[in-house]
Each structure stands twice: as C-alpha cells, then as structure tokens.
Design a protein around this ligand. Structure first.
Ligand code: IPE
Ligand code: IPE
Ligand code: MG
Length: 253
C-alpha cells in the first residue's frame, strides 16, 4: 500500500500554484508544422484544432478562469481565399462538433471581434454557441475571430461617441467597458507559439501589463505539459505594476 502510494506520488506532477486567471494564446505555427512534415497547410490547421481541444481541457483542469484564443485576425483576410474559406469552415465545424461537449464541461463561449464580414450562416452559428453556453461558469472561452486590437479600439471609440459620453467622463475603466472583453480581467499571461516575438494586433489594450511567454513549439505540438511549463514560468515572475520589489513583498506578507 505504502509502496503503491509512493509510485503515485512520482507519477502525479505537483499541483500548480499561482495559476493565471486569464490566459490569452496566439495559436501560431500551424502552417510551418505542416510544412516540416511535408503536409498541406490544411492538415496543420486540422491538428491545431485538435490541440485546442486538449488545451481547453487542460485549462479547465488547471483552474484557469478565462482563456482567450486568437483564431483569425483582421489581417488574416490577406491570406489566399482558399485558406480564408478553410479557416471559416474549421470554425463552423468545431462549433457543430464540439459545442455539446464544451457546454457539458462548463465552458462559456464568447466571441470577440467583428461579425460583419463573416458569412451569415457562420454568424448564426457563433451567436448560437454563445447563447447556448451563456449560463456556464467554469471557463470563459473568448474566441477572437475576425479580431484586431486596433479595430477593437476604433469600435470602442465609435460606441462611446454614439452613446454621447462627455469627454470628462472618459477614463480607463470606461474604455475597458467598451472593449469586446467587457468587464473581464486583463490577461495575466499571453502565450505565443512558433517562435514569433510579436503581438500581431492581439489584445493591445488589455495586454498592457500582461506577462509574455514565447516558445518555439508550433501550435499543434503545444500540449498540456507545455502549458504547465508556461504557467510554472509565470508563477516564478514578479509582477510589480510599477512598484518596487519591497512594496510587492510587503503586500504579499
Ligand atoms: C496559425 O497558424 C493559425 C492562424 C493564423 C489562423 P499559421 O497559419 O499562421 O501558421 P504559420 O505561421 O504559417 O506557420
Ligand atoms: C496571428 O498569427 C493571428 C492568429 C494566430 C490568428 P499570424 O500568423 O497571422 O501572424 P503574423 O502575420 O505572422 O504576424
Ligand atoms: Mg502564423
């Protein structure tokens, strides 16, 4: 019995501490993952989608409260039409295939970005997924699709003007409120896979004080163990928010 317990102790990884409340991921490298294997880009996107299932499950397990994923940027319209169409179809298929299981796991789906350029049938599908899962509270999954950070700011300013908000009432809280992420907490940790060191117009307002984690691993290979590594590194960092180390230590005591 004692021996059995010991084996179990060895197998189970230690519990994670300081798990970020909100993780945002730039899921990059599907194309290069495929190319490295002599496969079409489409296969990279398919494997990337499979990986997303694993990462959502891991986030639920680790106790992450909000996961924001970059699935299609406002700049991705510049890709060849066939690939754009494929990425649209993938989202549609994922919603149709995964909605029930996501909902059963307590995932609340939200969309961030503009719906307008998206085909009406897919718009309907997205809105349905959001409505169907709106009462779930285990994990909020923000799907950034046709999302751009600059576009989001333009949209927020337009809404503020339309609502006739006087200049002296405009502050950071108000602007936050007008962002697609609404009143959600800012991302604590932004992860980008595939070795690129840039934000590519992702959450440029919300990620002003996030911690960043970059890895060379392509998205389809970024598994639960890699996510754990990212969270462990995050836990080792000191977030000062402009203060001194001493102040931060005093606050922790
Ligand atoms: C990320 O993989 C998926 C999307 C941007 C939709 P990429 O398609 O950008 O893959 P790379 O960067 O070409 O390898
Ligand atoms: C960012 O990846 C967008 C998504 C992951 C959806 P890209 O592959 O489009 O970014 P760039 O163009 O290389 O910066
Ligand atoms: Mg890319």
């Amino acid at each position: 019995m004692v021996a059995a317990l010991k084996v179990e102790e060895q197998i189970l990884p230690p519990a994670l501490e300081h798990v970020p409340k909100h993780i945002a991921i730039i899921m990059d490298g599907n194309g290069r993952w495929a190319k490295a294997r002599g496969l079409p880009r489409a296969e990279g996107h398919r494997q990337g989608t499979e990986n997303l299932r694993r990462i959502i499950r891991a986030c639920v397990e680790f106790g992450v409260e909000v996961l924001t994923i970059y699935a299609f940027s406002t700049e991705n319209w510049r890709r060849p039409p066939l690939e754009v169409r494929l990425l649209m179809t993938i989202l549609q298929t994922v919603i149709q295939r995964e909605l029930q299981e996501l909902s059963d796991n307590g995932v609340q789906i939200r969309h961030i970005g503009q719906l307008d350029r998206i085909a009406p049938s897919l718009q309907k599908e997205i809105l349905h997924a959001c409505d169907y899962t709106k009462d779930n509270h285990r994990l909020i999954l923000n799907v950034a699709f046709n999302y751009g950070g600059r576009d989001e700011i333009v949209h927020a300013v337009q809404q503020i003007v339309k609502d006739g908000i006087p200049a002296d009432q405009i502050n950071e809280d108000l602007i936050n409120h007008y962002m697609y992420t609404g009143d959600l907490p800012d991302p604590d940790l932004v992860i980008r896979t595939s070795g690129e060191l840039r934000l590519s117009n992702f959450l440029i307002w919300q990620a002003a004080y996030s911690e960043y984690y970059f890895t060379d691993t392509y998205w389809p290979d970024f598994d639960k163990a890699e996510l754990r590594k990212a969270i462990e590194e995050y836990a080792r960092r000191t977030r000062r928010f402009g203060k001194t180390d001493e102040q931060v230590q005093d606050e922790e005591e």
